[in-house]
Design a protein around this ligand. Sequence first.
Ligand SMILES: [Zn+2]
Length: 330
Amino acid sequence: MAEFAIGVDLGATKIEAALIDRAGSLLDLARVPTDHEDGAEIVMVRVIACIDQLMDQVDEDEIAGIGVGTPGVIDIRNGTVVIAGNLGWRNLPMRRVIAGLLGAVSWERRVWLDNDTNVAVLGEFYYGAGQNARHMLYVTIGTGVGSGMILDGRLYRGATGGAGEIGHIVLDPEGRHCSCGRRGCLETLISGPSIVYQARALLERGMPSSLDHTALDSLSAIDVVSAAQTGDWLARSVLENAGVYLGMVLAHYIEINNPELIIVGGGVGAAAGELMLASAREVIEARTFPSHFEAMRITLPALGGSSGAMGAAALVWYEMGILPDRLTEE
Ligand SMILES: [Zn+2]
């Protein structure tokens, strides 16, 4: 059996590809800027250049397949990116394009696509914090808020592949407008831009803070996290507040699905860590059955910088029906 998989993390800023073996050891990594303004065709050529670099390391027939994780709505059956707003793509037949550029139709059966959050949860499930779990949720908090879930050892995609839109659960129907057209979604309360919005609103009211009142336009969510880490009261309260809203939504998820593990990642989620999770945990404890609360752990991702590419490679094993050894040995 082929022992290696290639995973491609195709993001808005960089393309990162990893060659791993079944145990998750990283053999090689290729990375280039995406520069998506150049157009989909050129970006796909860059993807192939990364894949080619990795293929040089082992015999081609030792490679089980290629997994690709990318933001947006993915038609996994046809291997098409239906829409990827921040890359400007619509109906891109990525599987066919990759197979074509690799020069062999047979690759079409060995290339799999999924969205970045599903790939993230698979990465943690196979090789990260979820290695002992079979019921887990991965929440990503960055510019947007999304999630991927493993239910009973299987990636759960829903009827149309749209499962996991946790960021667009409405918490405040009178709240701020969301990119989805509704108001008061979780995303408008805890995403990076929302954290900046709330910190800025408090600063504009003249609330004391170590954050620079004169540089509000350049304020970032990471600035707020850094200030909170040094004990800044305003920054801490913004993140605690975000944690309360996160906890409200997670409490519902926990009561419905009884997970054993929730991972909170993404650029903002992983940076904020306990500054957000402590208040989330309090809300969850108050709003879930004790048996559900005690069975569950909330933690940060275990995979580091190459998690997207590792997860995309894990997608290959998953789609081939090769589950983590612990599940097949039961
Ligand atoms: Zn929304």
